[in-house]
Design a protein around this ligand. Structure first.
Ligand code: SER
Length: 314
């Protein structure tokens, strides 16, 4: 990796990935759409370009001009928003991926496109979900993710494009907020705990989902793209996880730091339905064996760091 383009750089993973990659690699271009321009450190620390994933000519022009060799394709609508706008979710998630893969095929770029725990569905084994298993999601988000996994594998096999991917669990960060995801409650709860001491939880107790602290997620992206290709049996896409918890367990981990924290349940049926169709916990042994995946943060260490950081920023 030398000249990197991030499509969707102003979103939840994009901002932090761009800032992290800029400390390691010579050129990291922050691709954005005019509705969500880069600001602050992202804007000031390196080049940015308008790259609308639905516009293949625009992608190709930026790739050629900057001699891009690696594309991180992070443009997507998250699960709950995608249910409200399924047509747009398909246009960005699958139409956009097709555009990226075509440019990558012509210009010789490697491509990273995250998949998700959302690529699984109600018929998938929910506990220790295997790497290779039933994927029949019932959300548009999931449909685009499974289709994207297949399309990316196709471009690798048929055209030799270096496509790689991980199935991200819920990502928890104190930098850019998520938007419209089913796992977002696990970010919101920390801000509510520090600022109000109280949280209205949209999911019921016992709703287990995989989660990961953002520093681990960023390492996963970079380590997979740096991995020796001869060791990769899988490509699109690897199960990765760091922890699995339900609302009660994350609330208890917060109470270990803020004993007065309280939580009440105010269920969101859309998000509850989506969460119920997703795994309780993933088996990520293939990622560990094929490219050495290893998370660093567990629930207590993530909680301590989240609360400390939010308090420090005020
Ligand atoms: N965080 C995502 C969501 O909730 C899952 O990949 O939609």
């Amino acid at each position: 990796m030398k000249n990197i383009l991030i499509i969707g750089s102003t979103g939840q993973i994009g901002t932090e990935l761009a800032l992290t990659l800029r400390k390691i690699y010579p050129t990291v271009i922050a691709g954005y759409i005019p509705a969500a321009p880069p600001k602050g450190e992202l804007l000031e620390s390196g080049p940015s370009e308008i790259v609308d994933i639905t516009n293949p000519d625009q992608i190709a022009e930026v790739v050629r001009r900057h001699k891009v060799d690696t594309i991180f394709n992070l443009a997507a609508l998250l699960s709950a928003v995608a249910e409200a706008k399924p047509q747009l979710a398909w246009k960005i998630g699958l139409g956009g991926l097709f555009n990226v893969l075509e440019v990558a095929r012509e210009e010789g770029c490697a491509v990273f496109t995250p998949s998700s725990i959302g690529s699984f569905g109600p018929e998938t084994p929910h506990d220790k979900t295997p790497q290779d298993t039933i994927q029949r999601p019932k959300t548009m988000y999931g449909v685009t993710k499974v289709s994207g996994e297949l399309l990316s594998d196709y471009y690798h096999k048929r055209f030799g494009v270096d496509t790689r991917s991980v199935r991200f669990p819920g990502l928890i960060s104190n930098v850019a907020p998520p938007g419209g995801g089913t796992t977002d409650y696990a970010v919101d709860i920390y801000y509510a705990a520090v600022r109000e001491g109280h949280f209205h939880c949209p999911l019921k107790p016992g709703t287990y989902m995989d989660m990961m602290y953002m520093p681990d997620a960023l390492r996963a992206c970079i380590e997979l793209m740096e991995a020796d290709p001869t060791k990769l049996i899988h490509r699109n896409s690897f199960n990765v996880t760091a922890m699995s918890f339900d609302p009660e367990e994350i609330a208890n981990s917060i109470r270990a730091v803020i004993p007065s924290f309280t939580m009440e349940y105010e269920l969101d049926p859309l998000r509850q339905g989506i969460a119920d169709s997703w795994p309780n916990s993933l088996d990520d042994s293939c990622a560990r064996a094929e490219w050495g995946w290893q998370p660093k943060y567990d629930l207590p260490s993530m909680t301590a760091d989240m609360i400390e950081t939010i308090r420090r920023r005020g």
